[in-house]
Design a protein around this ligand. Structure first.
Ligand code: AMP
Ligand code: MG
Length: 406
Protein backbone atom coordinates (compact mmCIF):
# COMPACT_ATOMS: atom_id res chain seq x y z
CA UNK A 1 0.00 0.00 0.00
CA UNK A 2 1.17 3.51 -0.79
CA UNK A 3 2.25 5.88 1.95
CA UNK A 4 0.43 9.19 2.23
CA UNK A 5 3.51 11.02 0.91
CA UNK A 6 3.91 8.73 -2.12
CA UNK A 7 0.23 9.00 -2.90
CA UNK A 8 0.28 12.78 -2.74
CA UNK A 9 3.36 13.08 -4.91
CA UNK A 10 1.88 10.69 -7.50
CA UNK A 11 -1.30 12.76 -7.57
CA UNK A 12 0.45 16.11 -7.81
CA UNK A 13 2.74 14.85 -10.58
CA UNK A 14 -0.38 14.60 -12.76
CA UNK A 15 -1.70 18.08 -11.98
CA UNK A 16 -0.77 21.26 -13.86
CA UNK A 17 -1.92 24.78 -13.04
CA UNK A 18 -4.81 25.95 -15.21
CA UNK A 19 -4.56 28.72 -17.79
CA UNK A 20 -4.91 32.37 -16.84
CA UNK A 21 -7.91 34.64 -17.20
CA UNK A 22 -8.47 38.35 -16.79
CA UNK A 23 -10.68 39.22 -13.81
CA UNK A 24 -12.11 42.51 -12.59
CA UNK A 25 -10.16 43.45 -9.46
CA UNK A 26 -13.16 43.06 -7.16
CA UNK A 27 -13.40 39.38 -8.11
CA UNK A 28 -9.71 38.57 -7.72
CA UNK A 29 -9.56 37.98 -3.96
CA UNK A 30 -7.99 34.58 -3.25
CA UNK A 31 -6.73 34.06 -6.80
CA UNK A 32 -3.09 33.64 -7.77
CA UNK A 33 -1.46 36.26 -9.99
CA UNK A 34 -0.55 35.12 -13.50
CA UNK A 35 1.33 38.35 -14.26
CA UNK A 36 3.93 40.53 -12.62
CA UNK A 37 2.48 43.79 -11.36
CA UNK A 38 4.55 46.81 -12.35
CA UNK A 39 3.91 50.36 -11.16
CA UNK A 40 3.26 52.61 -14.16
CA UNK A 41 3.61 55.79 -12.16
CA UNK A 42 5.19 56.97 -8.94
CA UNK A 43 3.23 56.37 -5.76
CA UNK A 44 2.36 58.80 -4.36
CA UNK A 45 2.14 60.55 -7.73
CA UNK A 46 3.15 63.99 -6.31
CA UNK A 47 4.88 65.49 -3.25
CA UNK A 48 2.13 65.95 -0.68
CA UNK A 49 1.60 66.96 2.90
CA UNK A 50 1.49 64.39 5.70
CA UNK A 51 -0.21 66.86 8.08
CA UNK A 52 -2.70 69.67 8.29
CA UNK A 53 -0.56 72.80 8.71
CA UNK A 54 1.33 75.40 6.70
CA UNK A 55 3.63 75.08 3.71
CA UNK A 56 6.58 77.45 3.88
CA UNK A 57 10.29 77.88 3.23
CA UNK A 58 12.37 76.15 5.85
CA UNK A 59 14.66 79.19 6.17
CA UNK A 60 11.60 81.24 7.24
CA UNK A 61 11.06 79.06 10.32
CA UNK A 62 14.23 80.26 12.09
CA UNK A 63 13.47 82.35 15.21
CA UNK A 64 14.41 86.01 14.77
CA UNK A 65 15.86 87.76 17.80
CA UNK A 66 14.26 85.20 20.08
CA UNK A 67 10.78 85.73 18.58
CA UNK A 68 8.83 83.29 16.44
CA UNK A 69 8.78 84.50 12.83
CA UNK A 70 5.45 85.79 11.56
CA UNK A 71 4.56 84.98 7.93
CA UNK A 72 1.84 86.28 5.63
CA UNK A 73 -0.75 83.60 4.73
CA UNK A 74 -1.37 83.78 0.98
CA UNK A 75 -4.11 81.15 0.72
CA UNK A 76 -4.84 77.49 1.26
CA UNK A 77 -4.70 74.19 -0.60
CA UNK A 78 -6.94 71.19 0.16
CA UNK A 79 -6.53 67.56 -0.92
CA UNK A 80 -7.62 67.18 -4.54
CA UNK A 81 -6.57 70.72 -5.57
CA UNK A 82 -3.37 72.30 -6.83
CA UNK A 83 -2.22 75.71 -5.52
CA UNK A 84 -2.10 78.36 -8.24
CA UNK A 85 0.31 80.65 -6.41
CA UNK A 86 3.89 80.20 -5.34
CA UNK A 87 5.06 80.34 -1.76
CA UNK A 88 7.71 83.05 -1.60
CA UNK A 89 10.04 84.03 1.23
CA UNK A 90 8.04 85.60 4.07
CA UNK A 91 4.80 83.83 3.11
CA UNK A 92 3.07 80.57 3.97
CA UNK A 93 0.12 78.63 2.61
CA UNK A 94 -2.44 76.69 4.66
CA UNK A 95 -2.28 73.00 3.58
CA UNK A 96 -4.35 69.88 4.31
CA UNK A 97 -3.18 66.26 4.57
CA UNK A 98 -2.79 64.76 1.09
CA UNK A 99 -2.73 68.11 -0.71
CA UNK A 100 0.11 68.72 -3.21
CA UNK A 101 2.91 70.83 -1.76
CA UNK A 102 2.75 74.26 -3.48
CA UNK A 103 5.63 75.41 -5.64
CA UNK A 104 8.30 77.34 -3.75
CA UNK A 105 7.62 75.68 -0.36
CA UNK A 106 10.16 73.15 0.81
CA UNK A 107 8.63 72.17 4.14
CA UNK A 108 5.38 71.81 6.07
CA UNK A 109 4.81 72.65 9.72
CA UNK A 110 1.90 71.05 11.52
CA UNK A 111 -0.83 73.37 12.74
CA UNK A 112 -0.16 72.49 16.41
CA UNK A 113 3.27 74.19 16.16
CA UNK A 114 1.85 77.48 14.92
CA UNK A 115 -0.15 80.44 16.19
CA UNK A 116 -2.71 82.24 14.09
CA UNK A 117 -5.96 84.13 14.20
CA UNK A 118 -8.14 81.13 13.29
CA UNK A 119 -9.00 79.52 9.96
CA UNK A 120 -9.22 82.82 8.06
CA UNK A 121 -6.06 84.29 9.61
CA UNK A 122 -3.92 86.45 7.33
CA UNK A 123 -0.83 85.65 9.37
CA UNK A 124 0.83 82.68 11.06
CA UNK A 125 3.56 82.46 13.69
CA UNK A 126 5.99 79.58 13.39
CA UNK A 127 6.75 78.22 16.87
CA UNK A 128 9.42 75.71 15.94
CA UNK A 129 12.22 75.63 13.40
CA UNK A 130 11.57 72.93 10.78
CA UNK A 131 14.10 71.39 8.38
CA UNK A 132 13.47 71.09 4.63
CA UNK A 133 11.24 68.16 3.71
CA UNK A 134 9.45 68.14 7.05
CA UNK A 135 6.01 66.42 6.78
CA UNK A 136 6.43 66.10 3.01
CA UNK A 137 5.71 62.69 1.49
CA UNK A 138 7.78 62.74 -1.69
CA UNK A 139 6.49 61.41 -5.02
CA UNK A 140 7.57 57.79 -5.48
CA UNK A 141 8.33 57.29 -1.77
CA UNK A 142 6.14 54.15 -1.71
CA UNK A 143 6.50 52.82 -5.26
CA UNK A 144 8.54 54.01 -8.23
CA UNK A 145 7.37 54.01 -11.81
CA UNK A 146 8.77 50.86 -13.45
CA UNK A 147 9.20 48.97 -10.20
CA UNK A 148 7.82 45.41 -9.94
CA UNK A 149 5.56 45.38 -6.90
CA UNK A 150 3.95 41.91 -7.00
CA UNK A 151 5.09 38.86 -8.88
CA UNK A 152 3.34 36.06 -10.73
CA UNK A 153 2.43 33.23 -8.34
CA UNK A 154 1.55 35.50 -5.43
CA UNK A 155 -1.85 35.07 -3.84
CA UNK A 156 -4.13 38.09 -3.88
CA UNK A 157 -5.36 38.97 -0.39
CA UNK A 158 -7.17 42.08 0.77
CA UNK A 159 -3.90 44.01 1.14
CA UNK A 160 -2.75 43.09 -2.38
CA UNK A 161 -6.17 44.24 -3.65
CA UNK A 162 -5.39 47.64 -2.10
CA UNK A 163 -2.01 47.80 -3.87
CA UNK A 164 -3.56 46.79 -7.21
CA UNK A 165 -6.28 49.40 -6.78
CA UNK A 166 -3.82 52.20 -6.00
CA UNK A 167 -1.81 51.25 -9.10
CA UNK A 168 -4.94 51.38 -11.26
CA UNK A 169 -5.20 47.67 -12.13
CA UNK A 170 -8.96 47.44 -12.77
CA UNK A 171 -8.39 44.00 -14.37
CA UNK A 172 -5.78 41.43 -13.37
CA UNK A 173 -4.48 38.26 -14.98
CA UNK A 174 -4.95 35.39 -12.58
CA UNK A 175 -4.93 31.60 -12.80
CA UNK A 176 -8.43 30.32 -13.48
CA UNK A 177 -10.19 28.65 -10.56
CA UNK A 178 -10.87 24.94 -11.08
CA UNK A 179 -14.38 23.63 -11.61
CA UNK A 180 -14.82 20.59 -9.40
CA UNK A 181 -17.57 18.05 -10.06
CA UNK A 182 -18.79 16.27 -6.93
CA UNK A 183 -20.52 12.95 -7.18
CA UNK A 184 -22.04 10.78 -4.45
CA UNK A 185 -22.52 7.06 -4.93
CA UNK A 186 -24.69 4.45 -3.27
CA UNK A 187 -28.23 3.05 -3.44
CA UNK A 188 -28.68 3.93 0.24
CA UNK A 189 -27.76 7.60 -0.20
CA UNK A 190 -30.62 10.09 -0.67
CA UNK A 191 -30.75 13.87 -0.88
CA UNK A 192 -30.96 15.92 2.30
CA UNK A 193 -34.61 16.91 1.97
CA UNK A 194 -35.88 13.35 1.48
CA UNK A 195 -37.89 11.48 4.12
CA UNK A 196 -35.53 8.68 5.20
CA UNK A 197 -36.83 5.22 4.33
CA UNK A 198 -35.49 2.17 6.18
CA UNK A 199 -31.86 1.58 5.26
CA UNK A 200 -31.30 5.03 3.81
CA UNK A 201 -28.92 7.79 4.87
CA UNK A 202 -28.57 11.38 3.69
CA UNK A 203 -25.92 12.53 1.27
CA UNK A 204 -23.74 14.41 3.73
CA UNK A 205 -20.52 13.87 1.80
CA UNK A 206 -21.47 15.85 -1.30
CA UNK A 207 -22.51 18.86 0.78
CA UNK A 208 -19.42 18.71 2.99
CA UNK A 209 -17.18 18.40 -0.08
CA UNK A 210 -18.97 21.23 -1.88
CA UNK A 211 -18.22 23.53 1.05
CA UNK A 212 -14.64 22.28 1.40
CA UNK A 213 -13.99 22.78 -2.33
CA UNK A 214 -15.27 26.33 -2.07
CA UNK A 215 -13.03 26.98 0.95
CA UNK A 216 -10.07 25.62 -1.01
CA UNK A 217 -10.78 28.10 -3.82
CA UNK A 218 -12.49 25.79 -6.31
CA UNK A 219 -15.87 26.20 -7.96
CA UNK A 220 -17.93 23.18 -6.90
CA UNK A 221 -20.67 21.57 -8.93
CA UNK A 222 -22.75 18.92 -7.18
CA UNK A 223 -24.00 16.24 -9.55
CA UNK A 224 -26.19 14.27 -7.14
CA UNK A 225 -25.85 10.59 -6.34
CA UNK A 226 -25.15 7.73 -8.72
CA UNK A 227 -26.93 4.45 -8.06
CA UNK A 228 -24.77 1.38 -7.57
CA UNK A 229 -24.97 0.39 -11.22
CA UNK A 230 -22.42 0.92 -13.96
CA UNK A 231 -25.14 2.58 -16.11
CA UNK A 232 -25.92 5.16 -13.45
CA UNK A 233 -22.24 5.86 -12.83
CA UNK A 234 -21.51 6.17 -16.55
CA UNK A 235 -24.36 8.64 -16.92
CA UNK A 236 -23.11 10.80 -14.01
CA UNK A 237 -19.51 10.66 -15.23
CA UNK A 238 -20.57 11.86 -18.65
CA UNK A 239 -21.70 15.09 -16.93
CA UNK A 240 -18.59 15.26 -14.77
CA UNK A 241 -15.95 15.15 -17.49
CA UNK A 242 -16.46 18.84 -18.28
CA UNK A 243 -14.88 19.71 -14.94
CA UNK A 244 -11.17 20.22 -14.14
CA UNK A 245 -11.35 17.68 -11.32
CA UNK A 246 -13.88 15.02 -10.34
CA UNK A 247 -14.44 14.08 -6.72
CA UNK A 248 -16.50 11.02 -5.87
CA UNK A 249 -17.32 9.57 -2.49
CA UNK A 250 -17.99 5.91 -1.78
CA UNK A 251 -17.80 2.95 -4.10
CA UNK A 252 -14.01 2.60 -4.15
CA UNK A 253 -13.50 -0.18 -1.62
CA UNK A 254 -13.53 -3.91 -2.39
CA UNK A 255 -17.27 -4.63 -2.04
CA UNK A 256 -19.61 -5.88 -4.75
CA UNK A 257 -20.89 -2.38 -5.46
CA UNK A 258 -17.60 -0.58 -5.53
CA UNK A 259 -17.93 0.35 -9.15
CA UNK A 260 -16.00 3.61 -9.36
CA UNK A 261 -12.79 1.69 -10.04
CA UNK A 262 -14.50 -0.30 -12.81
CA UNK A 263 -15.58 2.88 -14.57
CA UNK A 264 -12.09 4.33 -14.21
CA UNK A 265 -10.73 1.18 -15.88
CA UNK A 266 -13.32 1.42 -18.60
CA UNK A 267 -13.00 5.12 -19.41
CA UNK A 268 -9.49 5.98 -18.32
CA UNK A 269 -6.83 4.69 -16.00
CA UNK A 270 -6.32 4.01 -12.31
CA UNK A 271 -3.09 5.26 -10.83
CA UNK A 272 -3.72 3.73 -7.38
CA UNK A 273 -6.66 2.95 -5.14
CA UNK A 274 -5.40 2.39 -1.62
CA UNK A 275 -3.37 4.45 0.82
CA UNK A 276 -1.81 3.31 4.07
CA UNK A 277 -3.79 5.62 6.29
CA UNK A 278 -6.65 5.81 8.73
CA UNK A 279 -9.26 7.10 8.31
CA UNK A 280 -9.49 6.66 4.57
CA UNK A 281 -7.64 3.65 3.20
CA UNK A 282 -9.77 3.35 0.03
CA UNK A 283 -8.75 6.41 -1.99
CA UNK A 284 -8.58 5.96 -5.75
CA UNK A 285 -6.76 8.29 -8.10
CA UNK A 286 -6.72 8.24 -11.86
CA UNK A 287 -8.23 9.87 -14.89
CA UNK A 288 -11.38 9.49 -16.91
CA UNK A 289 -11.53 11.12 -20.33
CA UNK A 290 -8.36 12.96 -19.37
CA UNK A 291 -9.88 14.56 -16.26
CA UNK A 292 -8.24 13.78 -12.92
CA UNK A 293 -10.53 11.84 -10.62
CA UNK A 294 -10.08 11.52 -6.90
CA UNK A 295 -12.28 8.75 -5.55
CA UNK A 296 -12.72 9.44 -1.84
CA UNK A 297 -14.06 6.91 0.66
CA UNK A 298 -17.74 6.82 1.56
CA UNK A 299 -17.41 7.09 5.31
CA UNK A 300 -17.98 10.76 6.05
CA UNK A 301 -14.95 11.32 8.26
CA UNK A 302 -12.69 9.48 5.82
CA UNK A 303 -14.00 11.52 2.96
CA UNK A 304 -13.50 14.79 4.88
CA UNK A 305 -9.95 13.92 5.98
CA UNK A 306 -8.81 12.57 2.61
CA UNK A 307 -10.20 15.65 0.87
CA UNK A 308 -8.15 17.76 3.27
CA UNK A 309 -4.95 15.77 2.63
CA UNK A 310 -5.28 15.16 -1.15
CA UNK A 311 -8.18 17.15 -2.61
CA UNK A 312 -7.22 20.51 -1.22
CA UNK A 313 -3.60 20.39 -2.47
CA UNK A 314 -4.85 19.39 -5.94
CA UNK A 315 -7.23 22.33 -6.05
CA UNK A 316 -4.52 24.67 -4.86
CA UNK A 317 -2.08 23.40 -7.48
CA UNK A 318 -4.67 23.77 -10.26
CA UNK A 319 -5.18 27.32 -9.03
CA UNK A 320 -1.50 28.15 -9.30
CA UNK A 321 -0.52 28.07 -5.64
CA UNK A 322 2.96 26.87 -4.81
CA UNK A 323 2.36 26.30 -1.09
CA UNK A 324 -0.06 23.39 -1.29
CA UNK A 325 -0.16 21.96 2.21
CA UNK A 326 -1.07 23.32 5.60
CA UNK A 327 1.56 24.13 8.14
CA UNK A 328 2.64 21.42 10.58
CA UNK A 329 3.68 22.21 14.11
CA UNK A 330 4.81 20.23 17.11
CA UNK A 331 2.17 19.86 19.81
CA UNK A 332 1.99 18.19 23.20
CA UNK A 333 -0.76 15.64 23.69
CA UNK A 334 -2.80 16.22 26.80
CA UNK A 335 -3.93 12.62 27.30
CA UNK A 336 -2.96 9.12 26.12
CA UNK A 337 -4.28 8.33 22.67
CA UNK A 338 -6.13 5.09 23.24
CA UNK A 339 -6.67 3.85 19.73
CA UNK A 340 -3.70 2.20 18.04
CA UNK A 341 -3.60 1.89 14.27
CA UNK A 342 -1.08 0.02 12.13
CA UNK A 343 -1.71 2.52 9.34
CA UNK A 344 -0.75 6.20 9.52
CA UNK A 345 -3.39 7.65 11.78
CA UNK A 346 -4.84 11.14 11.49
CA UNK A 347 -6.50 11.92 14.81
CA UNK A 348 -8.84 14.88 14.89
CA UNK A 349 -7.89 17.17 17.73
CA UNK A 350 -8.52 20.52 19.28
CA UNK A 351 -5.35 22.54 19.85
CA UNK A 352 -5.11 25.37 22.33
CA UNK A 353 -2.18 27.56 23.22
CA UNK A 354 -0.98 27.75 26.82
CA UNK A 355 2.15 29.62 27.89
CA UNK A 356 3.64 29.47 24.42
CA UNK A 357 2.97 25.74 23.99
CA UNK A 358 0.41 24.05 21.79
CA UNK A 359 -1.65 21.46 23.66
CA UNK A 360 -3.71 18.86 21.77
CA UNK A 361 -6.85 17.14 22.91
CA UNK A 362 -8.41 14.48 20.64
CA UNK A 363 -12.06 15.07 19.83
CA UNK A 364 -13.39 11.79 21.22
CA UNK A 365 -14.38 8.61 19.35
CA UNK A 366 -12.21 8.50 16.22
CA UNK A 367 -14.37 6.08 14.21
CA UNK A 368 -14.54 6.95 10.51
CA UNK A 369 -18.33 7.14 10.74
CA UNK A 370 -18.34 9.45 13.78
CA UNK A 371 -19.00 12.83 12.22
CA UNK A 372 -19.02 14.59 15.57
CA UNK A 373 -15.27 13.89 15.79
CA UNK A 374 -14.91 16.63 13.16
CA UNK A 375 -16.52 19.20 15.43
CA UNK A 376 -14.08 21.26 17.49
CA UNK A 377 -11.19 19.83 15.48
CA UNK A 378 -8.73 22.49 14.36
CA UNK A 379 -5.92 20.05 13.63
CA UNK A 380 -5.05 16.54 12.53
CA UNK A 381 -2.51 14.79 14.74
CA UNK A 382 -0.11 12.72 12.66
CA UNK A 383 0.51 9.37 14.34
CA UNK A 384 3.17 7.33 12.55
CA UNK A 385 2.51 3.94 10.97
CA UNK A 386 3.25 0.78 12.91
CA UNK A 387 0.83 0.95 15.82
CA UNK A 388 2.71 3.60 17.78
CA UNK A 389 1.31 4.39 21.21
CA UNK A 390 1.15 8.01 22.22
CA UNK A 391 1.25 8.91 25.92
CA UNK A 392 0.18 12.07 27.65
CA UNK A 393 2.95 14.68 27.49
CA UNK A 394 4.52 13.34 24.30
CA UNK A 395 5.37 15.66 21.43
CA UNK A 396 3.76 14.93 18.10
CA UNK A 397 3.26 16.61 14.71
CA UNK A 398 -0.07 18.30 13.99
CA UNK A 399 -1.42 19.61 10.70
CA UNK A 400 -3.06 22.91 11.55
CA UNK A 401 -6.45 23.42 9.92
CA UNK A 402 -7.24 26.60 11.84
CA UNK A 403 -5.12 28.49 14.34
CA UNK A 404 -6.51 28.68 17.85
CA UNK A 405 -7.96 32.10 18.48
CA UNK A 406 -8.40 31.78 22.24
P1 AMP B 1 -18.85 2.71 0.47
O1 AMP B 1 -17.42 3.03 0.33
O2 AMP B 1 -19.65 3.08 -0.73
O3 AMP B 1 -19.05 1.28 0.86
O4 AMP B 1 -19.39 3.57 1.66
C1 AMP B 1 -18.87 3.45 2.97
C2 AMP B 1 -19.81 4.02 3.98
O5 AMP B 1 -20.03 5.40 3.72
C3 AMP B 1 -21.19 3.40 3.95
O6 AMP B 1 -21.66 3.28 5.27
C4 AMP B 1 -22.02 4.37 3.18
O7 AMP B 1 -23.39 4.31 3.50
C5 AMP B 1 -21.41 5.69 3.60
N1 AMP B 1 -21.60 6.70 2.56
C6 AMP B 1 -21.35 6.53 1.24
N2 AMP B 1 -21.64 7.66 0.56
C7 AMP B 1 -22.08 8.56 1.46
C8 AMP B 1 -22.54 9.91 1.35
N3 AMP B 1 -22.58 10.54 0.17
N4 AMP B 1 -22.90 10.56 2.47
C9 AMP B 1 -22.85 9.92 3.68
N5 AMP B 1 -22.43 8.65 3.83
C10 AMP B 1 -22.06 7.95 2.74
MG1 MG C 1 -21.39 2.49 -1.52
Amino acid sequence: MLSVEEALSRILAEIRPLESVSLPLDQALGSVLAQDIVAHEDMPPFDNSAMDGFALLSQDSKPQGGHPPRLRVIGGVAAGYVAQTRVEAGTAMRIMTGAPVPAGADTVIQVELTNSDGPQSKWVEILQEVPPGNNIRPAGEDMRSGQTILTRGQEIGAWEIGILATLGYAQVQVVRRPRVAILGTGDEVVDIDAELQPGQIRNSNSYLLEAAVRQAGGIPQRLGVARDTTESLREKFSQAVHADLILTSGGVSVGDFDLVKDIMHEQGAINFWRINMKPGKPVAFGKISGVPLLGLPGNPVSSAVTFELFGRPVIRKLQGHTRLQRQQIEVIVEQDIQERAMRRHYVRAHITQHAGKFIARPTGNQGSNIMTSLLQANALLVIPEGGATVKAGEHIQAIMLYWPED
